[in-house]
Design a protein around this ligand. Sequence first.
Ligand code: SF4
Length: 96
Amino acid sequence: MQCQTVLAGTECTFWKKAGCAAEGGSCKVIVEECQGCERIATGSIGEVCTSFPDPKLKWRAGLCNFATHRKVDAKVDDIRINPLKAAKRAAASRKK
Ligand code: SF4
């Protein structure tokens, strides 16, 4: 349904027949970590996220999984490889 308050006219999954289903009944403004994200829109209360109503919660446990401006840097050394599975995969590819 379309939002009727903060981002009036915008499709939003949190807007229900009874109104905004987000915590507190409204979106919250973005946090500093959001700066540069493509999901920011200007609403009636300021800059808000178009994907999640409370950006502060998205950053509480680390990187926001919806963020378009920052990604997790996975190092090759950090990726664990099961040697048994790797050997099976290698053997299977040799048979082909
Ligand atoms: S997607 Fe994440 S980083 Fe982007 S504006 Fe929303 S909460 Fe902020």
